[in-house]
Design a binder for this molecule. Structure first.
Ligand SMILES: [Zn+2]
Ligand SMILES: [Zn+2]
Length: 95
């Protein structure tokens, strides 16, 4: 008797409200058109020596990623990370 999300192409059974999963409920709340959610089960498995950047959605060599204290690659590659930092810095300056 699992409820399933009514969002487009969604197979999530984690319905939180209005027959929608968390991700689709969020789209609804933001007044956005409901779109298929990207499959997000962590990061795709990258080939040996490569890591996946969640920002540009590409596999890149691990040396293009900063490492966390635990020795894992970060979710963003270095290029996206500096982009991101520039964006957030700008926001801080504006605020
Ligand atoms: Zn959904
Ligand atoms: Zn990237």
């Amino acid at each position: 008797m699992n409820k399933q999300c009514e969002g487009p192409e969604c197979t999530s059974t984690k319905v939180v409200a209005y027959g929608l999963c968390g991700g689709h409920y969020r789209q609804l709340k933001l007044g956005k058109e409901l779109t298929p959610l990207r499959k997000w089960r962590g990061r795709p498995k990258a080939p040996e020596g490569y890591a996946y950047c969640n920002e540009c959605e590409l596999f890149k060599p691990e040396d293009q990623f900063h490492k966390t204290a635990a020795g894992k690659t970060r979710y963003r590659c270095k290029a996206c990370q500096s982009d991101y930092q520039r964006r957030t810095n700008n926001e801080k300056k504006v605020a």
